[in-house]
Write a protein that binds this ligand. Structure first.
Ligand SMILES: NC(=O)c1ccc[n+]([C@@H]2O[C@H](COP(=O)([O-])OP(=O)(O)OC[C@H]3O[C@@H](n4cnc5c(N)ncnc54)[C@H](O)[C@@H]3O)[C@@H](O)[C@H]2O)c1
Length: 288
């Protein structure tokens, strides 16, 4: 989708941080925008800000972990604007604690918002984008934690962010037939309110028992990237149909290291006693 002016965007997690940055960039690009978020008062403030900036915007209170709520939000967007071309499944939360420490509420909440929230958005809008026949693009927000992982104390967050990468890679292929693009946003540190995520934890998930895995004695998130820059980057990546949207190129070394380790283990498997004795395909073959 190269030409964004006049097109319609639907953004979840729009009231804060990266979502607000995407909405600001979309308004600047001449898009109409439906803002969706669970935090009603802040959502109203952001909507008023964008209206004051000349934006053609609307807002809807929505809990992305609840499929019916997302369907209702999609209806609200279509009622107001008639169409939706750009879907940003961006709402996300974080919790912390060792895998065995996080209780069912922690897991359900994080999976509900970070993974099912993305899935619900796709299920609500992809059929519409296909029917509309004007092209479209879906941006799902994951994280560098969805590619590198391996951070002790971040089980629910890392797992759901990996799932978002997996889902988006599938969507990217399905979009080739369906006539839409798909990207996965993998931010590094961005200066947002993410570490205050429990502010929006619905009662049905119970009280927060684990700690948010964030050490605020070290390098602070305040020193991280401005979310408005991420918003502009997202639109640039959509125009250029990039699959992975990275915000911090310094992660290159860790990415190389991770893939070298995978290749090394693949090579090890080729020479393993179990596969060699079984005469398994690929055993003893040079895999690197
Ligand atoms: N900030 C970072 O450093 C960073 C890094 C990697 C990935 N991310 C991801 O970026 C996305 C946006 O987070 P952010 O950093 O802007 O944080 P943020 O807390 O500033 O914004 C998140 C928004 O999501 C909303 N939200 C929470 N639960 C919701 C629900 N159930 N339904 C609808 N809206 C809900 C919040 O109200 C908030 O407005 C998240 O998916 C997060 O995991 C952030």
């Amino acid at each position: 989708m190269e030409d964004l002016a006049g097109k319609v965007a639907f953004v979840t997690g729009a009231a804060s941080g990266i979502g607000r940055g995407i909405c600001r960039a979309a308004v600047q690009a001449g898009m109409k925008v439906m803002l969706a978020d669970i935090e009603a008062p802040v959502l109203e403030t952001v909507e008023a800000e964008l209206v004051a900036a000349g934006g053609d915007v609307g807002s809807v209170v929505c809990d992305v972990a609840d499929s019916d709520s997302v369907m209702a939000a999609a209806d609200a967007a279509l009622t107001q604007f008639g169409k939706v071309h750009l879907l940003c499944n961006n709402a996300g939360v974080t919790t912390g604690g060792l895998v065995e420490e996080c209780d069912a509420g922690d897991w359900d909440w994080t999976i509900g918002v970070n993974y099912l929230g993305v899935l619900h958005g796709c299920q609500a809008f992809v059929p519409h984008i296909k029917r509309q026949g004007e092209g479209g693009h879906i941006v799902n927000t994951s994280s560098m934690a969805g590619l590198l992982g391996g951070m002790a104390g971040w089980g629910p967050y890392n797992s759901t962010k990996f799932a978002v990468v997996g889902l988006t890679e599938v969507l990217r292929q399905e979009g080739r037939i369906g006539g839409f693009g798909a990207s996965v946003l993998c931010p590094g540190g961005v200066a947002t309110n993410i570490f205050d995520a429990p502010r929006n934890r619905p009662d049905r998930f119970g009280p927060q028992v684990s700690n948010v895995a964030y050490d605020n004695t070290g390098e602070g998130i305040e020193e991280a990237l401005n979310p408005d820059v991420v918003g502009r980057l997202v639109l640039e990546a959509v125009r250029n149909n990039r699959l992975y949207i990275f915000t911090d190129p310094r992660f290159q070394k860790l990415m190389v290291k991770k893939h070298e380790r995978m290749l090394d283990d693949l090579k090890w498997a080729a020479g393993s006693q179990a596969l060699v004795e079984a005469g398994a395909p690929g055993a003893f073959e040079e895999t690197a």
